[in-house]
Design a protein around this ligand. Structure first.
Ligand code: NAP
Length: 470
């Protein structure tokens, strides 16, 4: 049989795009549960390698040196960074990597547009519209993600506003759209340059005023933008793998954005345009005082309790207290106590932050309960231990209309018979506001680093019954 390699190879490569697409979709599906998430990531990664190899086959080794150089430039620093990044810095890293994806899509758009000008080619209007829209979304995602990274990394103010900001932003956006429309009519290099400068500016301007607890939603939205941009540019370049991967990322990002916005009870338009978080009005006028407790007394409360719910938050990640808190829980379980972990969807600094830490410590998945399911249980719980959580347990979200977190669903820790809050001092949470829970009569403050406090509770618990259990 005389096989024509020149047609066989590209066809094989295109078929492998399909396999890659199936791997992406199965991978994403597996990522939805902590039990299968690792496998999902590996699966999607294999899909990506396959798609990359297929692209090599299609391009027939053209510009091989440049492609390999670009891959090395992308893979080596990110691999090294990914290996050493602290769990608490993960959101910043995600924001930056996502921005790079958006930037790449925008660069593809720019490259294609300039190529059309240089070769005098006349692509279809659909191709031009998608190239321009993809480039716009990609550029917005890149500059916006960089600002999000700088804010999350504490390199710039959480919120930056000026009078008439929304009108100014609208003006810049409309100007960008107008130049984009002109590009669809006629491609010219100076217009292309002006378009990209303005598109990057839109990303910066729209992210500057967003602060506080809305940042994760914004990062997820930019992630969806990047996916869409990649898909549109995939159409322009006629690369199926880019279209499919972009659409999968775009759809997943959109769903995650909606889920997170819902978890914070904020419409996406509210996230983007209403200057949430940070400063805002002062917290409600809170009555009472914070009542400290020693580890020995807190351990006695735990010893007498039958049902204990642990509420982890960002401070547990900072303290890396997940192992010590699970040790404490194991001791409590040995003594016949019922233990559950309550997870707020935006506890910590990234979606699933707490789940990852608890999984790392070996906490069985069936003890980890989502907010909606666990909330009615606080009323029947003897002791709730809040470790490093603040905003996600703040009752002012329900009572104080002037609070920047008003309307955000919270864990109903305040309903527990006794609450023990482990934190280092009187530091505020991410939204920068006072927490009414800490002043409640049933709430005691165990001021310490999360890890040290969990270890002290374990020691004190053993001291009560000699470590005997039962
Ligand atoms: P939080 O409101 O940020 O509060 C964390 C608390 O932990 C602080 O009040 C701090 O108080 C304490 N803490 C810090 N280091 C500690 C340590 N070593 N040991 C013990 N305690 C320590 O945390 P959260 O309740 O988890 O809420 C998350 C917030 O982040 C929400 O506003 C959410 O919207 C936002 N956010 C979430 C994501 C996401 O996707 N999950 C991403 C970005 C932002 P002390 O200083 O007194 O110790």
């Amino acid at each position: 049989m005389n096989l024509d390699m020149a047609t066989l190879l590209p066809n094989l490569a295109k078929a492998s795009y399909l396999i890659a697409a199936v791997l992406f979709i199965l991978g994403i599906k597996r990522m939805s549960s902590p039990v299968t998430a690792r496998k999902g990531i590996v699966q999607a990664g294999i899909g990506m390698v396959l798609a990359t190899l297929a692209t090599f086959a299609i391009t027939g080794g053209h510009n091989l040196g440049l492609i390999l150089g670009a891959i090395a430039l992308g893979v080596i620093p990110t691999w090294l960074w990914g290996k050493k990044v602290a769990m608490t810095d993960m959101p910043q890293m995600v924001a930056l990597f996502n921005g790079m994806g958006g930037g790449s899509a925008a660069a593809i758009g720019a490259g294609e547009m300039i190529k059309f000008v240089q070769t005098g080619a006349s692509p279809s209007k659909t191709t031009l519209v998608l190239a321009v829209v993809g480039a716009l979304i990609g550029a917005i995602s890149m500059s916006g993600s960089i600002i999000a990274w700088a804010k999350l990394d504490g390199r710039m103010d959480k919120r930056f506003t000026f009078p008439g900001q929304q009108y100014f932003n609208l003006l810049v956006f409309v100007a960008t759209l107008a130049i984009g429309a002109m590009l669809v009519m006629k491609l010219e290099v100076p217009l292309i340059v002006a378009f990209f400068v303005l598109a990057l500016l839109v990303g910066i301007l729209m992210t500057l005023p967003i602060g506080g607890a809305d940042m994760p939603v914004v990062i997820s939205l930019f992630n969806a933008f990047t996916g869409l941009a990649v898909a549109f540019e995939g159409y322009v370049m006629q690369i199926e793998a880019l279209i499919i991967a972009g659409m999968v990322v775009g759809a997943a990002g959109m769903l995650l954005t909606q889920l997170m916005a819902k978890a914070m009870n904020r419409p996406i338009s509210g996230v983007l345009f209403s200057n949430f978080g940070g400063g805002g009005q002062s917290a409600a006028d809170i009555q009472g005082s914070q009542k400290p407790i020693e580890a020995s007394d807190a351990a006695s409360l735990l010893y007498l309790a039958e049902k204990v719910i642990i509420v982890p938050g960002y401070g547990m990640a900072v303290a890396q207290a997940q192992h010590k808190i699970w040790e404490l829980c194991k001791q409590l379980r040995e003594r016949g106590k019922e233990i559950k972990f309550a997870i707020h969807p935006v506890a910590g600094r990234m979606p699933g932050h707490m789940n990852v830490l608890l999984a790392e410590a070996g906490v069985p998945y069936d003890l980890i309960v989502d907010m909606e399911e666990i909330n009615p249980e606080f009323a029947t719980c003897d002791v709730a231990i809040v470790i490093g959580a603040n905003d996600v347990v703040n009752p002012v979200a329900k009572t104080d209309k002037s609070s920047p977190i008003y309307g955000m669903p919270i864990l109903d820790v305040a309903n527990a018979r006794q609450v023990i809050v482990i934190k280092r001092g009187k530091g505020a949470g991410f939204a920068g506001i006072e927490n009414a829970l800490f002043y409640q009569d049933n709430c005691k403050m165990l001021y310490a680093d999360g890890q040290a406090a969990a270890a002290a509770l374990s020691t004190e618990l053993k001291a009560i019954d000699g470590g005997g259990g039962h």
